[in-house]
Ligand binder design. Structure first.
Ligand SMILES: C=CC1=C(C)c2cc3[nH]c(cc4nc(cc5[nH]c(cc1n2)c(C)c5CCC(=O)O)C(CCC(=O)O)=C4C)c(C)c3C=C
Ligand SMILES: [Fe+2]
Length: 430
């Protein structure tokens, strides 16, 4: 088996904060002593530290997709910094791979970790995860459309000929009210963990490593997963108080995963084989209006019961929805305009998604309303699956009265990397 890569000198300098003060300080820090030294990774999980739940970083597919959804999210979108070359970009992806592999196994970053060997330099690892369990951390890296061609069509990194035709900005959907400041991005990183500090630590340190090469454009914290991606998980609730994730694709369902999640090799983008596409939507939920709606109305627009999450056509949580069932008054038991009716594969040409979203509450607005909602994330073998469903929802979903889409992103998620390689190697090196 190949040896894992090591952090580049630039990555180590980013960790040590030297870029901020100028490269002239490089000689003074512990990590750069021989110019190329480094890449060593300190171990966080010393004997007394709880190991916690761990997922492999290296593998056929990236982790954080079919992995049982963790409870917390820190999602970040980056723009590549001006002046960054193709070689710099490759080096950044190598550094992110090394660092993500280390953090997902509970290791501190750099040679000396949070207790830097040089008292006069910033510690290599910011330190807030020291002593914490790994908490099932996964790091998932993706490429936005603008990485392949700028808004003026410029082939920024010699990647244009390899751009998947489906990797384009999502179309405008009815009632979209997107804020460009929380949309788009050349690169994305999804960090999920069962401890918020572990997820934040990952994004914070990957952002430091990117110093001078990529800049954080926007980021989103999420809590209380609104999806389960394994039958071993119970279904949690969204901020409307409804179970969310019941009819999701579960990783035990190998045929759904193969049919709807992993991208196959195609002549235009063979490098995406074993990858997937990530769609992120920041959806504001007007909780104050919702909280004044009757239970009857809440269940009607959702199409399921609030207590158990059972379809209004009857049964229990995991019973099949029966859209032809009628209520005592002869009307449809599940309102055809309800969310579950409009989102169901049978109303969308068979399209299905693997949903992996989180609740968010980001303070409140000037009117005293919670700035809260669902940070919706879905993975699909083609963005067309999301577009088909969202086009329909934007026009017909009864839930729309309580929702506003305010942020958006689409990213190609390349396949996983084998040990010794890096995320994106199939794009850049094959
Ligand atoms: C484009 C895709 C979807 C968006 C955007 C979306 C937003 C959204 N959903 C809820 C709450 C629930 N969604 C539920 C089911 C469900 N939702 C989608 C897709 C999108 N949702 C699908 C494909 C499904 C499954 C439909 C089916 O096959 O039955 C449910 C029911 C429970 C469940 O199955 O998960 C709830 C509740 C909110 C609040 C929201 C925006 C904020
Ligand atoms: Fe939904």
């Amino acid at each position: 088996m190949k040896e894992p890569l090591k952090l580049s000198r630039r990555g180590l300098l980013g960790l040590a904060g030297v870029g901020l003060a100028g490269a002239g300080l490089g000689a003074g820090i512990a990590v750069g002593v021989d110019g190329v030294t480094g890449g060593g990774i300190a171990s966080r999980n010393a004997a007394n530290d709880p190991p916690g739940l761990r997922y492999d970083f290296y593998g056929t597919h990236q982790a954080g997709i079919t992995t049982p959804a963790q409870d917390r999210l820190h999602f970040a979108a980056f723009d590549v910094a001006p002046g960054t070359s193709r070689a710099d970009l490759i080096e950044l992806l190598q550094d992110w791979t090394v660092a993500a592999a280390a953090m997902t196994q509970g290791k501190e970053l750099g040679e000396f970790g949070a207790g830097s060997a040089n008292y006069d330099a910033p510690p290599e690892d910011t330190g807030e995860a020291v002593g914490l369990p790994v908490a099932g951390l996964t790091v998932t890296i993706g490429f936005g459309p603008t990485l392949f061609s700028s808004s003026t069509g410029e082939d920024r990194f010699g990647l244009l000929s390899r751009k998947p035709p489906e990797l384009v900005n999502l179309p405008h959907f009815a009632a979209d009210d997107l804020d460009p400041a929380s949309s788009g991005g050349d690169l994305c990183i999804q960090a999920c963990a069962n401890d918020p500090q572990v997820a934040v630590h990952a994004i914070r340190n990957l952002t430091r490593i990117a110093f001078g090469r990529a800049v954080l454009k926007w980021s989103q914290l999420g809590y209380g997963r609104t999806s389960s991606t394994s039958t071993s998980q119970k279904t949690e609730r969204n901020l409307f108080g409804f179970k969310d994730g019941t009819a999701n694709i579960k990783n035990e369902n190998a045929s759904d995963v193969a049919d709807f999640v992993w991208t196959a090799s195609s002549p235009s983008s063979p490098w995406m084989a074993g990858g997937t596409y990530l769609v992120a939507r920041r959806i504001r939920m007007t909780l104050e209006t919702w909280d004044r709606a009757s239970l009857r109305e809440q269940e009607r627009v959702t199409g399921r019961t609030k207590a158990e999450g059972a379809p209004l056509s009857g049964g229990t949580e995991f019973s099949e929805t029966d859209f032809s069932a009628t209520a005592a008054d002869g009307s449809r038991a599940i309102d055809p305009q309800s969310h579950v009716a409009q989102a169901h594969a049978s109303h969308n040409g068979g399209a299905k998604l693997l949903r992996r979203g989180y609740n968010f509450v980001d303070g409140n607005d000037a009117l005293g309303r919670l700035n809260a909602g669902l940070f919706f994330i879905s993975f699909q073998k083609s963005p067309e699956q999301f577009v088909t469903i969202q086009k329909n929802l934007a026009k017909n979903d009864a839930l729309n009265e309580y929702l506003k889409h305010v942020g958006s992103g689409i990213f190609a998620i390349p396949p996983g990397a084998p040990v010794g390689s890096f995320i994106g190697s199939s794009l850049f090196l094959t």
